[in-house]
Design a protein around this ligand. Sequence first.
Ligand code: URA
Length: 259
Amino acid sequence: MGSLNKEATDILAASRAWIAEFAEEGIEGFEREAVPSAPLAPPPSSEATPVSDVAQVAAADPLPGSLDAPNWPEQPTLEQVRASLGDCTRCRLSEQRTQIVFHDGNPNADLMFVGEGPGEQEDLRGIPFCGRAGELLTSMIEKGLGISRSDVYICNIVKCRPPKNRTPMADEVSTCRPFLDGQIAAVRPKVIVALGKPASSLLLGRDIAITRVRGTWQEYRGIPVMPTFHPAFILRQYTAENRRLVWEDLKAALARSQA
Ligand code: URA
């Protein structure tokens, strides 16, 4: 009886941990049928099933060069990268966007923030992280770190708003990736902060659980990467503990970028 009780307690504890992790990653429910694994080629219709597995992309692709990251020099300018992006229609995200949201901040920043994709406000204004999550990010940078938002560089793994703010699909991330790589090559930050699971999975090259890797130093093409919670997650789970964790991560990132 005692061992049955212990087993039940263990199962309960494990289930709680899983539920907490799903909640932290913004997963609120599951479809009854399994979602097929992420397509790397665009599905036939624009009503395709969203897939969050950007790790496939990370594992698949080497460097800019495949798509339209044609003949950039080793350190392109942001203007060159933006120009080759053009009025992009390479993936279905172009169909419903208002505008491309390329970047914000200092082109020579030591600290770069990479988020997931534009939301409604960003799509309307053409500036990354200018909605509610952006206000929190700005306040973490300015009030928390004590530097100006205009001192850092901010962009996303996809440059067009996914419909209804869904997670970008693997093929969308893959299509946009050369431009993120171009931005990283242009800015040459000393440290990248990856905000949330999709950005962290892409930069780490594997499907990560953000609760496990946040706060641990990683690397992308020789650049130190600090994965942390996405500000939208912090808004949903506005606990003292979560804010403390992000605060620790950002302090570590800033210190290393200034070292
Ligand atoms: N706004 C952005 O620009 N990126 C995100 O990931 C979320 C909100």
